[in-house]
Design a protein around this ligand. Structure first.
Ligand SMILES: Nc1nc2c(c(=O)[nH]1)N[C@H]1C(S)=C(S)[C@@H](COP(=O)(O)OP(=O)(O)OC[C@H]3O[C@@H](n4cnc5c(=O)[nH]c(N)nc54)[C@H](O)[C@@H]3O)O[C@H]1N2
Ligand SMILES: Nc1nc2c(c(=O)[nH]1)N[C@H]1C(S)=C(S)[C@@H](COP(=O)(O)OP(=O)(O)OC[C@H]3O[C@@H](n4cnc5c(=O)[nH]c(N)nc54)[C@H](O)[C@@H]3O)O[C@H]1N2
Ligand code: SF4
Ligand SMILES: [Mo]
Length: 704
């Protein structure tokens, strides 16, 4: 029953990229309900089951509410100041003895959703002076940054599909119905997908699995994992067969187009058919449909980036949109124009590092080493070896490749601190955990995902609760560590102001400054619509010559690998490649402690096609051993034609059942960690991004 004393707060859900507006009713300190905010012009009342699970996270008895220090396998409370001094003192001492790079830092995904982390985190990281920086970016979208930085001059200049106006959407390696969209904030994507078809358009999905998105698409093509580069090369050639490139709109702002076409032509349309499993006819049909559509957009996400050809795939996608005149065009792919700019003056364009990973020689991009190289850097002795770690909102033991090796590496550290809300697979190795206050007591502005939305939107997120006495915001924790570290290490750390001040300044420096301010946003609790995406890429290019670089030499050189590793490599009979999937009721590795999300049927099965199951005498529900170069896990098989023959599919993020994890619900669940079989040596060489998809594996029935 609603009572007059109930308070209503409007904000956006911070759990995924969709930016759904929510309405939270509270009575005192209790949350009465979480609902979709029907008055939000962007999300229009849509939410997924995770929004309601915000209640579970807020109330979770396992969520840490104050700093803790580990003694053996026991955790004891510790005061904030004592904790800051301990962490800073140990970091400084280890660096004094072994050099600044003896400290490693890993940043996880939730940082991207929190204004305090995204705006104030970098100052702390810089103050810590280490080159050994890692993040979830290199198990995710790094190839998109690398491709777009090379072509357009800024790592955040990633064109977004104009979902609301397109007539044709080709989706590769993304399942927005389950993920709610990525590098494309698109709330209520199901309705938006349906609208494409209702207005006579088409949606075509290319994926080794028949996903929930494939179910609502016009057509779905199975593709053998990791072969998309060959498919995309064939598609470019099929487009070129139909006539000259439609590049008039780019005028003289293209460089290297001829060079790119010349490099791509030898791949032809026919050769991709056998390795990919998609016929040349099907490729030509897609090319014709794209060419005939009033507007079209090609989009590739996690399944395209986290595979051995991530950067080449993302480059070819940009080229396809460009060659068909759909880059920077309505209904195609355009840059969002956010209220708080993330490109342009005063922002960091990013780019390749001037150094490489110490042990593996893997590339560095925008000051970060590949997460797949972290275990090497911790385990390998020598100058620059990591001996202490700081993780911030990250769970690399479950979320990055060869988790078991990383688990062992973390166990061997001299010292570790985590800024995190749980004792989980990774943070159980910490000596000190510093937990920020519940996100519902944080004021928030989503600097990142408002900048990658399919409409220009902005929304201020009011805090639902006062911060409890003694609790700290994430940015206050950064200031605490920073100040203590400055003292201990004798370096500079300038205390950072409330990040909302930077949001206000960002809006003042941004394109809507005349009509918008932080105050006017606060007065618009349902968010502000700033209009549809519009062409702006050509005006915003940040390459040195202000042209689109169509043919980055490193990308062209990597085509040789398509030849050797895809086109000329025979597929062994019975070979299996592992791919991942997401479920609407899960979020990477950290939301399995919510009763609302984990109840109901199990979602941790290994999908295997009936042909592959039969040849291995595997029946539905059997326990099977999934093995790769790096290890084995036992999982439960589900025999299904949703996955193609030759591929098996497992969700990541399970496997909380490990000693010392303090997640009472999650650690009782079935399921093993995907990343205990993904391989840290498998990566996209151009970016260093982990190839957690298309992992060669074997599957056998577990001996009784
Ligand atoms: N096999 C496979 N692996 C994958 C993927 C895949 O598709 N397949 N996907 C990859 C992708 S896209 C990503 S983004 C990464 C994610 O990689 P990570 O970010 O390393 O992992 P998460 O599971 O998101 O863990 C988030 C951590 O943040 C903590 N946390 C949650 N909320 C807060 C908060 O408010 N404050 C703080 N300080 N901490 C908080 C959680 O307790 C948890 O420790 O995983 C990648 N790994
Ligand atoms: N419910 C839920 N939502 C989430 C998350 C979550 O964990 N759960 N995580 C959030 C995060 S951090 C991210 S980055 C986004 C990711 O959002 P999406 O990019 O939509 O990711 P997925 O849903 O994992 O879809 C990836 C698809 O790639 C396919 N795939 C795998 N390998 C290949 C390949 O070689 N080729 C092709 N063509 N396809 C391949 C898989 O079968 C799968 O269908 O989701 C976000 N939203
Ligand atoms: S779709 Fe994403 S933003 Fe929307 S309610 Fe679900 S988790 Fe939150
Ligand atoms: Mo992600």
């Amino acid at each position: 029953m609603l009572q007059p004393a109930d308070r209503v707060t409007h904000r956006a859900c911070h759990l995924c990229e969709a930016l759904c507006g929510i309405e939270i009713r509270t009575r005192g300190e209790e949350i009465v309900s979480v609902r979709g905010d029907a008055a939000d012009p962007f999300s229009r009342g849509h939410v997924c089951p995770k929004a309601v699970a915000l209640i579970d996270i807020h109330n979770d008895p396992d969520r840490l509410r104050a700093p803790v220090r580990r003694h053996g396998d026991k955790w004891e409370p510790i005061g904030w100041d004592e904790a800051f001094d301990l962490v800073a003192g140990r970091f400084a001492a280890i660096q004094r003895e072994h050099g600044a790079n003896a400290l490693g830092v890993y940043l996880g995904n939730p940082n991207a959703h929190h204004v305090g982390s995204i705006l104030n985190g970098p100052a702390l990281i810089r103050a810590l002076r280490t080159r050994n920086r890692f993040s979830a970016t290199s198990v995710d979208q790094l190839p998109q940054h690398v491709a777009c930085h090379a072509m357009y001059g800024h790592l955040f200049m990633i064109p977004i599909p104009d979902v609301d106006h397109t007539s044709y959407w080709l989706i590769l390696g993304g399942n927005p119905i389950a993920s709610n969209g990525s590098i494309m904030s698109v709330p209520d994507v199901a309705a938006r997908l349906k609208a494409i078809r209702d207005r006579g358009g088409k949606v075509v999905v290319v994926d080794p699995c028949r996903t929930e998105t494939a179910d609502v698409a016009t057509r779905h093509h199975f593709i053998r994992p990791g072969t998309d580069a060959a498919f995309l090369l064939a598609l470019v050639n099929a487009v070129l067969e139909l006539g000259p490139p439609r590049v008039e709109r780019y005028g003289d702002r293209l460089s290297g187009l001829e060079r790119a076409i010349e490099a791509i032509r030898p791949f032809g349309v026919e050769r991709a058919a056998a390795p990919t499993g998609i016929s040349a006819d099907a490729v030509r049909t897609i090319a014709t449909e794209i060419r005939d559509a009033p507007s079209a957009v090609v989009y590739g996400r996690v399944g395209l980036s986290t595979q051995p050809f991530g950067t080449v795939c993302q480059w070819l996608i940009q080229l396809l949109n460009l060659l068909t005149g759909n880059l920077d065009a309505v209904g195609g792919a355009m840059l969002t124009l956010p209220a708080v700019p993330v490109t342009g003056p005063g922002t960091k364009a990013g780019g390749p590092g001037s150094y490489k990973a110490r042990v593996s020689g893997r590339p560095v991009f925008s000051g970060e080493l590949p997460a797949a190289a972290m275990a090497d850097e911790i385990e390998t002795p020598g100058d620059g070896q990591i001996r202490a770690m700081l993780t911030i909102a990250g769970n690399p033991v479950s979320s990055t490749p060869n988790g078991r090796r990383l688990d062992r590496a973390f166990a061997g550290l001299e010292f570790m601190a985590a800024i995190d809300i749980y004792v989980n697979e990774t943070t159980r190795h910490a000596d000190v955990i510093l937990p920020p206050a519940s996100m519902l007591s944080h004021e928030n502005y989503d600097v990142v995902f408002n900048a990658f939305a399919v409409r220009n939107v902005a929304r201020h997120n009011a805090a639902v609760f006062e911060k409890p006495a003694g609790a700290r915001y994430d940015w206050e924790i950064f200031n605490g560590v920073g100040a203590a570290y400055a003292k201990a290490a004798g370096v500079e750390y300038k205390t950072m102001p409330n990040p909302m001040a930077s949001v206000a300044a960002g809006i003042r420096a941004g394109p809507y400054a005349k009509t918008l301010s932080l105050d006017s946003l606060k007065a618009a609790p349902h968010g502000v619509d700033l209009g549809a995406l519009a062409p702006s890429l050509l005006q915003r290019l940040e390459t040195p010559d202000r042209k689109i670089a169509c043919a980055p030499e490193a990308f062209i050189a990597d085509l040789a690998r398509v030849e050797t590793d895809i086109l000329s490599r025979a597929v062994e009979a019975g070979a299996l490649l592992l791919v991942g999937r997401r479920h609407l009721r899960s979020n990477n590795s950290w939301m399995h402690n919510s009763h609302r999300l984990t109840k109901g049927p199990r979602r941790d099965h290994l999908w295997i096609h009936s042909v592959d199951a039969a040849s291995r005498s595997i029946a539905d529900g059997d326990e099977v051993v999934l093995a790769s170069r790096v290890g084995e896990i036992t999982v439960t098989a589900k025999v299904t034609d949703r996955v193609m023959p030759g591929a098996v599919c497992l969700p990541h993020g399970f496997g909380q059942r490990r000693d010392g994890v303090r997640l009472s619900l999650a650690s009782a669940l079935h399921g093993a960690s995907y990343n205990d079989v993904s391989d840290e040596e498998a990566l996209d060489p151009l970016s260093g991004n982990a190839a957690v998809n298309a992992v060669p594996v074997s599957v056998r029935k577990r001996a009784a």
